[in-house]
Design a protein around this ligand. Structure first.
Ligand SMILES: *Cc1c(COP(=O)(O)O)cnc(C)c1O
Length: 375
């Protein structure tokens, strides 16, 4: 099966018992145990969630998938693989909520964190010591779209005995499959492209081997931040159109990125398709598309505010990856949890704007940005 076919006909895409083309919403907490059946209690497993978990495991090429109540619930549960005294090495420009989790919550459990520019493999090699239990990367990263070499990370993590975890939210399983490149575990905020319609909050995780799968299932069932059956259904539905959505978003984003890159109000544009040649080559070697996110440095906070507020079709909102285009001011919104000096060091300025391109007509989006950028 090729990629778009697999989104429709792979494991967990239909209901085995009834032949229904959509897996039903098993809105149920518990199951009759007088006869031996696969299900006992929905925290441990639920048929709708199991279908979704089988789907994402197949799409990411892993052995087992897990669905959680949000991206952060998935990330938190994965972090519970760690123990007090362990240390995590992380991409520096990562999602603000993940930064808040590690710096404010995990720290209290004696799990230390160190940040590194993971687009620099040599910097990662230098930082990876025997004390690092987990290497955690995002590529392309949020919000500056920095690119990390996943094959290089897998080699380094394996050599030092660290677990390689990849947040694959921006690339989606349609464009990038980190497990095939050597990662141990892949994560998604399925709230974004996988759900895709601004109507569900969800997280997904997929592991490469069964022993890690067993450990993560114990944690998922023990901590209980599972995805409900209705939301599992919405993700199963969203996955069916992931391919056509990503192809359409890709096409529009490429046109807008090329145009914005020439616009006099744009001082610097962040987009993997227009990254410096070395980063772009790494991206091309591991990811099939450049995605739907463009970040713009406008050099002027008032201008950034004006762009964010004066668009007609780009809604000022948290989140990304929706059918509707969205605009975000990372410094005060998605990355507000980062300390100001860290934001400044990374380049997450008050004049940075992040655009998430949706499915509107490209000419409407271009005209909208043109009027909101002014001049
Ligand atoms: C949104 C996001 C998350 C968090 O997911 P939620 O579903 O909002 O909890 C994690 N990582 C990345 C890259 C994100 O964009």
């Amino acid at each position: 099966m090729r990629k778009k076919t697999r989104l429709l006909h792979g494991a967990g895409s239909t209901d085995q018992a009834s032949g229904a083309l959509a897996v039903p919403i098993y809105q149920v907490s518990t199951f009759d145990q007088r006869e031996k059946r696969p299900y006992q209690y929905s925290r441990a497993a639920n048929p709708t969630r199991s279908a979704l978990e089988a789907r994402i495991a197949e799409l990411e090429g892993g052995c087992r998938g897990f669905a959680f109540a949000s991206g952060m619930a998935a990330i938190t549960t994965v972090m519970m693989l760690l123990s007090p005294g362990d240390k995590v090495l992380m991409t520096a420009d990562l999602y603000g909520g993940t930064y808040r989790l590690v710096s404010q919550v995990l720290k209290r459990f004696q799990i230390a964190v160190q940040f590194v520019d993971s687009s620099d493999s040599q910097a990662v090699a230098a930082a990876l010591g025997p004390d690092i239990a987990m290497l955690y990367v995002e590529t392309p990263a949020n919000p500056l779209l920095s690119v990390t070499d996943l094959r290089a990370m897998a080699g380094l993590a394996q050599a030092s005995g660290a677990l390689l975890v990849v947040d694959n939210t921006f690339a989606t399983p349609y464009w990038q499959n980190p497990l095939a490149l050597g990662a141990d575990l892949v994560l998604h905020s399925a709230t974004k492209y996988i759900g895709g319609h601004s109507d569900v909050l969800a997280g997904l995780a997929v592991v490469r081997d069964e022993s890690l799968g067993h450990r993560l299932h114990r944690l998922q069932a023990s901590t209980g931040a599972v995805l409900g059956p209705q939301d599992s259904f919405l993700l199963l539905r969203g996955l069916k159109t992931l391919g056509v959505r990503m192809e359409a978003i890709e096409e529009t984003t490429e046109i807008l990125a090329g145009w914005l890159n020439q616009h006099p109000a744009v001082q610097r544009l962040y987009y993997p398709g227009l990254a410096v040649p070395t980063q772009r080559a790494v991206h091309d070697s591991q990811c099939g598309g450049y995605g739907g996110i463009i970040s713009l440095e406008l050099g002027d906070a008032a201008r950034a505010q004006a762009l964010a507020r004066n668009c007609r079709y780009f809604t000022l909102a948290d989140s990304l990856g929706a059918v509707e285009s969205l605009v975000n001011l990372p410094a005060s919104m998605s990355h507000g949890a980062l300390p100001a000096e860290l934001r400044a060091r990374l380049g997450i300025t008050d004049s940075l704007v992040r655009l998430s391109i949706g499915l509107e007509d490209v000419e409407d989006l271009r005209e909208d940005l043109a009027q909101a950028l002014g001049g």
